[in-house]
Design a protein around this ligand. Structure first.
Ligand SMILES: *[C@@H]1O[C@H](CO)[C@@H](O)[C@H](O)[C@H]1NC(C)=O
Length: 261
């Protein structure tokens, strides 16, 4: 590197250290999954040690996200470094993680030293077991491992304390019961019925006042089914907002199932 470049690198490193540690992001995705669709794939699922969860949407996570994917750089240095130094040098500042061809679309693993402690969420465990159960076959059915992973990967970028992060996700889920919202629109779990994707998104938009993104997966026969609902939430993790981004639904058409769990 040329001396001038080294000087810039040092300068920006100093700026990075002295500026606030607040993570910059634009909104959260509150992601909920339908357990029937998690479990009836070829891979299958495992129930948590607390038993079979209710036939209700469960939280997958609450994920900080950027409204625009960022090329190269992290944080405030982005604009300056990108225009002044060019992308190759800007890449010096790039944080590890969610960097793909479209750039970095969300922050992740923001503080590996900040592990989730059972003590911090002790008063929430009962609600978490109900609303945020693991269905993974890794981790021996311990939902705490799922919560710890979500905290480490996404929660540490949320600018929230451990307790608030989980409490806010739970409050949002409770305020907008997706299972009840869909049932109210006649969309009930069934192994034979199919529903239109637009009827699902319309029902959610009408009941919550805000659009959400939907994602399908495939059952054991390769049929598309509603898997996850991505609701968008303000940076405090308190209010729903319209989703600033759309995403591919992976549904492959307008006709989807909602399998019995
Ligand atoms: C959500 O609504 C469904 C269907 O009405 C109900 O069975 C379920 O208990 C509700 N979930 C919560 C957490 O209240």
């Amino acid at each position: 590197m040329k001396p001038a470049t080294i000087a810039f690198v040092l300068l920006f490193s100093l700026l990075a250290v002295s500026s606030s540690t607040a993570e910059k992001f634009d909104f959260f995705y509150l992601v909920q999954q339908w357990p029937g669709s998690f479990c009836d794939t070829r891979q299958g699922c495992c129930f948590p040690d607390t038993g079979k969860p209710a036939a209700d949407f469960g939280i997958h996570g609450m994920w900080p996200n950027y409204a625009n994917c960022r090329r190269g750089v992290h944080h405030q240095q982005e604009d300056l470094a990108g225009t002044m130094l060019g992308d190759d040098v800007a890449a010096v500042f790039s944080a590890a993680g969610a960097v793909g061809r479209r750039g970095k679309c969300w922050p992740e693993y923001c503080d590996d030293g900040n592990a989730l402690t059972p003590w911090a969420i002790r008063d929430l465990v009962k609600s978490l077991d109900q609303s945020w159960p693991t269905l993974s076959c890794k981790g021996g059915g311990r939902s705490f491992e799922f919560w710890s992973y979500e905290w480490k990967k996404h929660g540490t970028c949320s600018n929230l304390e451990q307790h608030d992060y989980f409490a806010r996700a739970l409050a949002l889920k409770a305020a907008h019961n997706l299972t009840a919202i869909l049932a109210g629109a006649g969309i009930v779990p069934s192994d034979t019925e199919t529903y239109s994707l637009s009827s699902v998104s319309d029902a959610i938009a009408q009941a919550t006042g805000h659009t959400a993104n939907l994602e399908c997966n495939r059952d054991g026969n390769g049929e598309a089914q509603l898997f996850q609902v991505y609701q968008c939430v303000d940076k405090e993790g308190k209010q729903l907002i319209d989703c600033p981004l759309s995403m591919p639904t992976k549904c492959g058409g307008d006709s989807i199932k909602l399998p019995v769990f």
